[in-house]
Design a protein around this ligand. Structure first.
Ligand SMILES: [Zn+2]
Length: 547
């Protein structure tokens, strides 16, 4: 498919038309400020063929004119969440902490970066002259900079659903906020023309855009459904199509008055607006916004990537470390005090469909180097590597001198942290003639207190990624006495049975083996082991970052 724009509310592919609720009326909440209740014109969505879905061949018709040219000197420790192309032709990006990055002719007028926020920033809008901007947080809090005036906010008012985006009124003396349930909050001279608040939606609303004349607006849902209010004309939607990736935002083409939508994988869908390419296959992390600019548009991803299409110039991009936004729980097996407290570690716990001991003291290598010390050392090294990549790291024990926690508590720590990945680090006490490392992965286990079925698939992927990277980085062979190709499916480990997040357990080496004893006692090898684990976990996380 090349870049022919889909135009108008036609149904060129013959799909049945409207499936969207026809909703009128309803102000989102009694607390809406500056609201004029008007007749809402919700145009039923009509299916239109997506204009822009390339088939992975980014080199055809809409090749981006610029792709994050190196070096990138601008970095952010937080994910980029929104962007805006002002009337001056510049571009601004904003991160979840309120940090603002201005490129080209776009001025920098301040940011919330460094100021603790109650809730993350989710959107931004420019003033008409480009000499100011607003940021909005998910609680509806508004932060105004430059010549942007403050006309009110929802900050401090409990919301049914979080705010997900905003748009400025035509003269810049007002703005709208939109919540994920479609509720619209209008401030200043921004008129209220209706909302989807109170109407059950198939999918959450993810963004909005103002009509060119300022007397209406669109909101867009994650399935690409478009809700048009006031003067905002309905020109098509993807609401009846099955998308590869959820829609995340929209933007108006100032020349044609049509609009473009963008999906998390970089797919661009144009309605009465020229198509100049998509970022599918190019982005490393989820796309968060699209900005129409003179003769083209820019697609922005959460890692700060900016992809310019058509005549829109590339003005710059932001580097976000690859693991920002990811939570990893590291569980160093056993603990230094376990051996001296059998009453604690021998007590039975429910391991998910079976009873096992709270924990054990672990093994030692041939020279008496204890496993708990090895585990903690590798875990500490791994934590440093993952933190350097931007990850939030949770350790199940803070030092190597305590007792416990039990394996069920270790699993709960990973679960409660909402971990994107978790790993238990061990050294094995295998047969002296055996050598090598093995990665234990969960199999489906359902018990009265647990159900790990949802994480078996991703944990298997995590196991493969860890196995591959550990093999490459350490030179340690896969185990010659357990498992297949270094992978061991296990149903008898509470730490895996009780996990609700992707999790594996690695036996880094056989501490009863001479060659492996030499390895585990080498700080250099332990660093390689940590690097292998970091590389495997990173590979697993990064491939999941584009929904
Ligand atoms: Zn162990």
């Amino acid at each position: 498919m090349t870049g022919t724009p889909a135009v108008g509310p036609a149904t060129p592919d013959g799909r049945p038309a409207p499936v969207r609720p026809r909703a009128l009326r309803t102000v989102f909440a009694a607390t809406v400020l500056a609201v004029t209740v008007a007749v809402a014109v919700v145009t039923p969505a009509t299916a239109v063929s997506p204009a822009a879905r390339t088939t992975g061949s980014a080199g055809v018709a809409g090749r981006p004119v610029a792709l994050r040219p190196a070096p990138h000197t601008v970095t952010s420790d937080h994910l980029i969440v929104a962007s805006a192309s002002g009337p001056t032709g510049g571009e601004r990006l904003v991160a979840t902490d309120g940090g603002v990055f201005a490129f080209g002719s776009a001025g920098f007028f301040g940011s919330m970066g460094g100021t603790p926020l109650n809730r993350p920033v989710v959107g931004m809008a420019d003033t008409p002259d480009g000499r100011g901007y607003w940021l909005v947080a998910s609680d509806g809090g508004i932060f105004a900079f430059g010549d942007a005036g403050f006309y009110g906010s929802m900050g401090g008012t409990p919301l049914n659903r979080p705010v997900v985006g905003m748009a400025a009124s035509r003269d810049g003396r007002g703005y709208w906020l939109v919540a994920s349930d479609g509720g619209i909050f209008a401030f200043g001279d921004a008129g209220f023309y209706g909302s989807m608040g109170g109407t059950p939606l198939n999918r959450p609303v993810v963004g909005m855009a103002a009509a060119p004349d300022g007397r209406g607006y669109w909101s867009v849902a994650s399935d690409g459904g478009i809700f048009a209010f006031g003067d905002a004309g309905f020109q098509g939607s993807t609401g009846a199509l099955t998308l590869d990736s959820p829609m995340v935002g929209m933007s108006v083409d100032a020349v044609t008055g049509g609009y473009r939508m963008v999906a998390a994988d970089g797919g661009v869908f144009c309605f009465d607006a020229p198509f100049a390419g998509s970022a599918v296959g190019l982005v490393g992390r989820a796309v968060v916004s699209l900005d129409s600019a003179a003769g083209g548009y820019r697609v922005v991803s959460s890692d700060g990537g900016v992809y310019a299409f058509g005549a829109a110039p590339f003005l710059g991009s932001v580097t976000v470390p690859p693991l920002v936004g990811e939570v990893v729980t590291i569980d160093p097996g056993h603990n230094g005090g376990n051996g001296a407290d059998p009453a604690f570690i021998d007590r039975p716990i429910d391991g998910g469909d079976f009873t096992e001991a709270c924990d054990t003291a672990g093994t030692t290598d041939l020279n008496g180097y204890p496993e708990h010390a090895f585990n903690f050392d590798v875990a500490t090294r791994l934590a440093a590597l993952l933190s350097a990549g931007g990850a939030t790291v949770v350790l199940t024990r803070p030092n190597d001198t305590g007792v416990g926690p039990c394996v069920n508590v270790r699993a709960a720590i990973g679960n409660l942290a909402g971990s994107d990945a978790a790993i238990s680090i061990h050294g094995d006490g295998g047969p002296p003639g055996g050598r090598g490392f093995a990665v234990d992965v969960p199999v489906p286990v359902v018990s009265p207190i647990s159900d790990n079925r949802a994480i078996v698939g991703p944990s298997g992927q995590l196991g493969d990624d860890v196995r591959n990277a550990f093999l490459a980085d350490t030179g340690e062979p896969v185990s010659d006495y357990t498992g297949t190709d270094g992978i061991v499916p296990r149903s008898d480990l509470g730490g895996l049975n009780l996990s609700t997040v992707p999790k594996v357990l690695i036996e880094c080496a056989n501490m009863q083996n001479g060659a492996d004893t030499a390895n585990v006692e080498s700080p250099q090898w332990r660093q390689q082991a940590a690097q292998g684990l970091a590389d495997g976990i990173t590979a697993f996380l990064v491939q999941r970052e584009v929904p």
